[in-house]
Design a protein around this ligand. Structure first.
Ligand SMILES: [Zn+2]
Length: 336
């Protein structure tokens, strides 16, 4: 018979028949064995999923989605839809820029996170009709439609806004569109108030632009953004001015080219210079360094792409890559 624990024994002696039974105190040996077993089970899941949470993540940069593109940055609704459908078919799941920089990557096992970013807050990205629903040929309308057809493809994205504010001029209309985006899981980021090239500005002007850029969002009762996308991809003369100053502090600063981004858990992650990939077909100036080319490359080099183990509490990766794990994430490491 099992020996009575002191608490239960005392209760029995005192004749406390009505007292709720106490759980036996944890046996450290058994606890340890259980933890080892749980870790082994998690590692098996990670191995089966070919998880590599130290791999690269494409952060795609979009501008306008319009029927008649005027520059190579613009896409037609058809091009945009086809790119989203391609990513859904290739097991990409969108996450926001805020989630990416903070390492909150909760996508299913075997899938790959992708960050969809939209610059310059044009009405082609989101326009709401009179009842508050997005127009169907806007980027948001198309993204929601693709997500409906591909369960698991999360309809989330990050919008880097300027004073152009989706073509809305009154504070009330701006509040409506920003609040709608926030309430529907979209992320808002800073792109400076006036879309200026920060490389040419002194510190005072940089601080003023970034503080005012934050105010474009916080002025409507929303939280300050956690990320910045640099206009033209240009950092200020002193890079750290972009990261924090009176009135702003960013967890991530995004450039405008040309590679897939590093895992936020890796030693190569640099929060101050996160690359983005321009969306575009594999032709002309986009032959090598736009989205179609990079998505092909990531398919071909699957071992270098971020693949999730489905568990947001761990950072899973093949043991061989351990040297690339940033020290700050060591407690979550799940090498296999
Ligand atoms: Zn821009």
């Amino acid at each position: 018979m099992r020996r009575l624990t002191p608490v239960i024994a005392l209760a029995a002696l005192a004749g406390c028949a009505h007292q709720a039974p106490q759980a036996a105190p944890p046996d450290p040996q058994a606890q340890k064995a259980l933890a080892v077993k749980a870790t082994a089970a998690k590692a098996a899941v990670a191995r089966a999923a070919h998880a590599n949470e130290l791999g690269q993540i494409p952060v795609i940069m979009y501008h306008r989605v319009i029927a008649h593109p005027a520059t190579s940055d613009d896409q037609t609704p058809k091009q945009f839809r086809e790119e989203l459908e391609r990513m859904a078919a290739e097991k990409y799941v969108p996450i926001t820029a805020a989630e990416y920089v903070s390492g909150k990557i909760g996508v299913p096992a075997g899938t790959h996170p992708v960050v969809l970013t939209f610059d310059d807050s044009s009405p082609s990205q989101v326009t709401l009709d009179a009842t508050g629903n997005p127009e169907k040929d806007t980027a948001v309308g198309i993204l929601l439609d693709v997500a409906r057809a591909h369960p698991g493809f999360r309809p989330v994205a990050t919008f880097y806004v300027t004073r152009d504010m989706f073509g809305k001029f009154t504070p009330e209309e701006q509040t409506q569109v920003l609040t709608w985006l926030h309430d529907n899981g979209f992320d808002l980021g800073n792109h400076t108030r006036d879309h200026i090239d920060l490389r040419k500005q002194d510190r005072k002007a940089v601080v003023e632009q970034l503080t005012a850029g934050n105010h474009l969002i916080t002025g409507h009762g929303l939280a300050a953004p956690s990320t910045l996308a640099l206009p033209y991809g240009n950092l200020p003369a002193t890079k750290s001015w972009a990261r924090s100053g009176d009135g702003y502090k960013f967890s991530g600063v995004f450039l405008a080219g040309y590679d897939p981004a590093e895992s936020p858990f890796g030693t190569r992650f640099n929060a101050l210079e996160i690359p983005r990939i321009r969306s575009g077909p594999k032709t002309g100036e986009c032959k090598q360094f736009c989205s179609a080319a990079w998505l092909d490359w990531l398919n071909k080099h699957a071992g270098q792409r971020f693949t999730s183990d489905g568990d947001p509490t761990t950072v899973a990766f093949p043991k061989f890559d351990r040297a690339f794990l940033a020290k700050t994430w060591a407690t979550k490491a799940l090498p296999y």
